[in-house]
Design a protein around this ligand. Sequence first.
Ligand SMILES: Cc1ncc(COP(=O)(O)O)c(C=O)c1O
Length: 492
Amino acid sequence: MSEKVAREREKLIFERSSAGRVGYQLPALEVPAVDLAATLGAALVRDEIADAPEVSEVDVVRHFTRLSKWNYGVDEGLYPLGSCTMKYNPRINEELARLPGLAQIHPLQPDDQVQGALALMWQLEQALMAVTGMARVTLQPAAGAHGELAGMLMIRKALQARGDNRRVVLIPDSAHGTNPASAVFAGFETVEIASTAEGTVDLAALAARLAAGDVAALMMTVPNTLGVFEPDISRAAAMLHEKGAFLYMDGANLNAFVGIASPGKMGADALHINLHKTFSTPHGGGGPGAGPVAVSATLVPHLPVPVVEKDGDRYTLVSDRPGSIGKVRSFYGNFGMLVRALAYIRSLGADGLKSMAEGAVLGANYLRARLEGDYHLAYAGPSLHEVVFDDSLQAAGSVKNIDIAKRLLDYGFHPPTMSFPLIVHGALMTEPTESEGVDELDAFVAAMKSIAREAKESPELVKGAPYTTPVRRLDEVRAARQPVLRWRPTQE
Ligand SMILES: Cc1ncc(COP(=O)(O)O)c(C=O)c1O
């Protein structure tokens, strides 16, 4: 059977159901059966699970094994999502995170039984303080966006502590969508500020908005989502501080300058670090993540609890901190991620971290240089870790970024991030990360060049893609208007 036919024949596990088929064989019971209804109460016991598929073990194993082969991940090839940063997850991290002494401890164990784990958290905090140049770090938040929320809550608390009721948070128009969402969740109102033609924050617009005296903070991504470094970041920080406002730095893109420049020296008051972007922990799948937040001395009293404190050789978790915003995560965060991040930092060392950032920037600029003639560059300024192309050179054949992305699937690549940042129409935001060797980048370049040629010579081919995937192009309007999200027995 060809792969294509096999894929077309793959049904849902529910559709494979055959009445009476079971996935196990057990010998007859040799002991008296427990009356569950009598033991647990009839309301808690059910005889069958409605509509559960009746399948054999081999049906289940083969179905899910086949599905797993349809997947695409960082272990298969380049995953050039800009802003989401899918970098390689070193196996040594996984080995260390699975060590029984780390994986099997319980968060309710007393401090004196988990000194090693606390020391590890302390060391990670010290390392993140060193790379950010900030006063302290909380490791608790479970993702970048969660870190933003924690950071903005700390800023809110600091304002409250000085009896200041200002509410406005400025957000550049190139910002990641989580920034305004986090500000609003933390009780602020957001006001957008425009970018300059170079894609950086407009300092004149910033000064004008600050004059009103109601600005609590600016949330600024550095480098921003165009992959452009904000050259005036220190001036922006000084302008904010002069007006009693805070600089929240979205540090998701720290992988572009870790070991090279220091957010603390730039004037940041708080920044979150996406461990998956800079420090190689796994990303995606909704699994546990970590978005530590580094803060300046002013915000230290407001850090979430508990914090790890060191006294001589002893580590303790301290929760008695009256100025704290409280807990933002159960226990002390996703500990396994912290182990992986520290493993990465320790294996690379200070010089290695710096060359990691250099590699990330080099990779993005290599793609930029090789593809600049084939795809329009949204902003001409220097790129750091990611490069944003758009589809305007493909306009003659009405080929859009989505067509290019779908066609890339036929060439065996995951597409770049599409249609973001919002200020770039038809964006293809591309980030190779430092994980990729030049061969993989060249293969991607060849695919992108070939698609650019196809878009000129046979645009319909590109617009009909993908041709080789288990599911062809979806009717997106129908999917949005009539979403079918659940299988139902009556359904065809
Ligand atoms: C610039 C920026 N800010 C914030 C986030 C949110 O991070 P997370 O997806 O971990 O919540 C991302 C996503 O990776 C990002 O690229």
